[in-house]
Structure formats: C-alpha cells, structure tokens
Design a protein around this ligand. Structure first.
Ligand code: NAI
Length: 258
C-alpha cells in the first residue's frame, strides 16, 4: 500500500484471528515486521496462520510466538522475539475474550476473573513489558490498546466485559501520562465488528441484535476487521505524532448518537 510503518517492529497480541490478524496484515503492508503473539496459531475462522500469510503476501517479515497474555513471562518472550527484527517499537494489546453473557450477578467468579485476566491484566502486562523495553532501548515507542465501545457505554448483558474494557481506556490515559514524551499510548474502541467473537461467542452477528444495530448505526453497516486495522495504522504511525492519551471510536458513529 504505502510505507507508513517502514522499518518498524510490532508485537500484536491475539493476532492469529479477527481484528489482530487484520492489524498484523495491514502493518506488514505498511512495511512493519510483526510478532504474532497468540495462544493459538490457526485463525479462529480458518485460513493460513497470520505469520505465514504475511510472509507469503507482503515484503515484511513475521514470526509466531505462543503467548498467553495472562502470563507476564509470555509477554516478555513475545517482546524479546521482536529483537529478531530490531526490537519492539509498537505494542498492540489486542487479545480479548467476551466473558460471561447475561445478568452480572449470575456470572461465576471464574468467568469474571477470566475476562479480567485476559483483557485488563493482559493489557497492563503487555504495556508494562513493552514500555520497559522501549525505554531501555531508547526507542521511539507506541502502544495501542484495543478496548471497546462497550467500555464507554454499558448496556447490560456483558457487564464484566464492559467494566474491564472501561479499565483499559483509563489504563491508556494513565500510561500516556506516565510514559510521555518517550512513548505515545492510545486506544481504539471498536463497535460491533464481524469476527469469531461476534459470530460464535456472543452470537450477535446473525441475530436480531445485528439488524437493530445496523439500523441505529449512522454509517449503516457492521464493522469489519480492516476498519479497526486502518485506525491502528493511523494511531501508531507518524500520522498521529502529536496524539497520545486518546481513544478513537470505530463504530460507524453509533456511540453517542443513538
Ligand atoms: P477473535 O476471537 O476473532 O480474536 C481474538 C484472538 O485473541 C484469538 O486469536 C484468540 O486466540 C486470542 N486470545 C484470546 N485469549 C488470549 C490470551 N489469553 N492470550 C493470547 N491470545 C488470546 O476476536 P476479535 O473480535 O478479533 O477481538 C480482538 C479484540 O477486539 C478483543 O480485545 C475484543 O474484545 C475487541 N473487540 C471486538 C469487538 C467485536 O465486535 N469483534 C468489538 C469491540 C472490541
């Protein structure tokens, strides 16, 4: 496409599937080498593993690193894997799960802890480890968190998810204040995006909720992973050099207008 990320090296968590896969691919198209950090290698909706696709279809390099973001040592290993390409300068905390669906008081402690550990702890660990490495390497670093519009408005039924995604938003603002001027920290807040989460886990895609959301969305459609990937390129490239502590809704205009 172009070379907005030429010479950069990104670690993208949850990049085997969905939004993370699209971000990894768009980064490679823009010239960045990528560490695909995920608990699984195969995409949840099928197709070749992300790193193989990048190697086959772009001029960039990519490697898969088995990584459970609930484990800080796994994130350390993912960040170290980027040394092969010159060291991490872009960290994308994307890995996520939706957690319990239904009335919050019926969620088990284990279900609550699982979504908190992946989404909130995983984002904190990834940011902490990457920021420490960027500072030690005196790298011009960028951190991007994939939060959610559900972390801005809580509509019930996904309350633990909303709560931890709201936490990711505040983590973004706080870390931007802590880490400037060396490191920029921003977040993308996607609305409903067509991936395995929305098709298989919440079942929103293909349900009456999808149609209702489509009708209420000013731009008249459900989002696709590349909509988020384009925003990710913007927020981690030189195009956003004076933007930090910002969260960008990518939801077709739904939030605050419905
Ligand atoms: P997905 O299910 O297609 O992909 C998520 C990826 O994360 C999978 O490859 C999975 O293996 C990986 N993952 C899960 N737990 C992990 C762990 N503990 N360690 C490492 N990797 C792990 O889902 P999608 O939709 O691409 O989600 C990506 C992010 O976008 C998540 O943080 C999600 O909450 C967020 N998001 C998604 C929306 C949607 O409608 N699809 C809306 C708003 C936010």
């Amino acid at each position: 496409m172009s070379d907005l990320l030429e010479g950069r090296t990104a670690v993208v968590t949850g990049a085997a599937s969905g939004i993370g896969r699209a971000i990894a691919r768009r980064y490679a198209e823009e010239g960045a080498d990528v560490v695909v950090a995920d608990i699984r290698k195969e995409p949840r909706l099928g197709g070749p593993p992300t790193h193989e696709r990048i190697q086959a279809e772009t001029d960039a390099d990519a490697v898969y690193c088995e990584c459970d973001v609930r484990e800080i040592d796994d994130l350390r290993a993912a960040v170290e894997a980027a040394d092969e390409f010159g060291g991490v300068d872009t960290m994308v905390n994307n890995a996520g799960v939706t957690g319990p669906i239904g009335p919050s008081h019926e969620a088990s402690v284990e279900e609550y802890e699982a979504v908190r550990a992946t989404v909130l702890d995983g984002t904190f660990y990834g940011s902490k480890v990457a920021a420490s490495k960027m500072i030690a390497d005196e790298t011009d670093g960028v951190i991007l968190n994939i939060a959610s519009s559900a972390g801005v408005e809580a509509f019930g039924g996904l309350t633990p998810y909303s709560a931890v995604k709201g936490g990711v938003r505040l983590l973004t603002y706080g870390m931007a204040a802590d880490l400037g001027p060396e490191i920029r920290v921003n977040a993308v807040l996607p609305g409903l995006i067509e991936t395995a989460i929305s098709k298989k886990d919440t079942g929103m895609i293909g349900s009456p909720v999808e149609e209702k959301l489509r009708e209420s969305t000013p731009l008249g459609r459900i989002g696709c992973p590349n909509d988020v990937a384009d925003a990710a390129v913007f927020l981690t490239s030189g195009m956003s050099g004076y933007i930090s502590g910002e969260s960008l809704l990518v939801d077709g205009g739904l939030t605050n207008t419905d």
